[in-house]
Design a protein around this ligand. Structure first.
Ligand code: UDX
Length: 433
């Protein structure tokens, strides 16, 4: 099929390359000329494992190209909208201007009977609004909402082998076209749920709200563990054995960040308020508050471990991205902790395998070094804030030799406390005795 993908960020670039991998003829469109130039030459503009190889393969096969001109989308039978829906600057709501802009632009070029498919995460009710917009603009394209559940770091696999496909449709033809797009995925037995617009939009919002709640639940237990001497990691292991609960997404630490969970729970709260249902999701305010408290707790622990104010103390911060295997520092708890410590006057030396460039744009005041070794030298405290495998695998004996004093805060609870204590460290995790 001929496919266009409007918006080539973390979601759209991966989707475009994956659609070409499935055998379609794809054009990715983005207004950012520098990004388009990189993508067109097979270079991923951000770090995502497997994406560079997929880009090179798909461009080489002649099935994938990129453009800054929306008119290049004109011949497609299916147009995916994969633009961002960031948080509005002065409210919790989602900024829908890019989605509306993409749909307006497509209204001018999409052929009658072609399908416009929203993939961006939007507040419930958006698709219905956009359908009215298309009609007012005289477009005869049809609309569907097909939310995306990919995780950064696993984006390629999540797109090519998703857990499920969800179609929000108002028209049988939309289902037929989407089945054709995803034929090879459906052939492997992937579940497909066909529903209305509102349910499809809510599936995505509810999934992210649930995941955020699960993380904040275990972080709330970490707070109780800290007050009682219990160990939250053992607690998570034990309750996780109950199949109804499950162990995944029960890792306590400095909480969730990134371009999705934080803004999505806030946008959900804002939308529920608009719908007069604020109390139905009032708990999401607590989820957000618990999450933000954990960053503060990591800073408090630094003060505790150093035995006084962090002012002018040398602190190594390992990790800047919101999670490993990504270069994304949007709403990153790791970067926030580094910036807070710096704000209190600590001499922070921070490092990350992939995130330094993005971190520097957000917090140019921090000192960034290339390697963990550089960060650790002569430090009085090391704080592990993003669980990259190279930090998890650090040899505590070696680290102890580099540092002035052997103190570690394991803010993701991924180190072996016994091994680190044996190497002479004062070890503290979050929510661990
Ligand atoms: C999330 C959803 O998982 C994905 O389905 C959706 O499409 C987009 O939003 P992503 O933002 O890539 O994906 O990150 P995710 O893997 O969900 O992690 C989010 C944050 O939660 C990270 O900061 C991570 O460190 C944190 N986290 C995750 C925890 O603190 N504890 C956990 O147990 C799991």
């Amino acid at each position: 099929m001929r496919i266009s993908v409007i918006g080539c960020g973390y979601l759209g670039a991966v989707h475009a390359a994956a659609m070409a991998k499935l055998g379609h003829d794809v054009v990715g469109v983005d207004t950012d000329a520098a990004k388009v130039e990189k993508l067109a030459s097979g270079v991923a503009p951000f770090f995502e494992p497997g994406l560079p190889e997929l880009l090179v393969e798909s461009i080489g096969s002649g099935r994938l190209r990129f453009s800054t001109d929306i008119r290049d989308a004109a011949g497609a039978e299916v147009h995916f909208v994969a633009v961002g829906t960031p948080q509005l600057p002065n409210s919790d709501g989602a900024d829908l201007r890019f989605v509306r802009g993409a749909v307006d632009a497509l209204a001018g070029v999409a052929a009658p009977g072609s399908l416009i498919v929203g993939k961006s995460t939007v507040p419930v009710g958006t698709a219905a609004e956009l359908l009215g917009r298309l009609e007012r603009l005289g477009s005869q394209a049809i609309l569907a909402w097909n939310p995306e559940f990919l995780r950064e770091g696993f984006a390629v696999a999540d797109t090519l082998t998703p857990d499920r496909l969800v179609y929000g449709v108002a028209d049988e033809r939309a289902t037929e076209l989407l089945d054709e797009v995803y034929a090879r995925i459906l052939d492997t037995g992937t579940p497909r749920i066909v529903t209305d617009f509102a349910t499809a939009e809510l599936v995505k919002t509810a999934a992210n709200a649930f995941l955020a709640t699960k993380i904040s639940f275990i972080n709330a237990m970490a707070e109780i563990a800290e007050a009682t001497g219990a160990d939250v990691t053992t607690l998570a292991d034990a309750i996780g054995h109950d199949a109804r609960i499950g162990r995944r997404f029960l890792n306590a630490g400095i909480g969730f960040g990134g371009g999705c969970l934080p803004k999505d729970i806030r946008a959900f709260t804002a939308r529920a308020e608009e719908l007069g249902r604020a109390e139905s999701v009032a708990f999401l305010r607590q989820v957000d508050a618990i999450n933000l408290r954990r960053r503060e707790r990591a800073v408090e622990l630094a003060v505790e471990l150093l035995g006084g104010p962090v002012f002018e103390r040398r602190i190594a911060v390992l990790g800047l991205t919101f999670k490993p295997d990504s270069d994304d520092t949007r709403d990153s708890p790791a970067l926030d902790v580094a910036a807070r410590l710096h704000g209190l006057g600590a001499r922070v030396r921070a490092t990350d395998p992939e995130g330094i460039e993005n971190a520097r744009l957000r917090h140019p005041q921090l000192e960034y070094v290339d390697t963990a070794q550089d960060a650790l030298e002569d430090a009085e405290l090391v704080v592990l804030v993003t669980e990259w495998s190279e930090y998890r695998d650090l040899d505590p004996e070696h680290v102890a030799k580099l540092m002035e004093t052997a103190r570690v805060i394991d803010a993701r609870n991924v180190l072996d406390p016994v091994a680190w204590r044996e190497a002479g460290f004062v070890y503290r995790g979050l929510g661990r005795s």
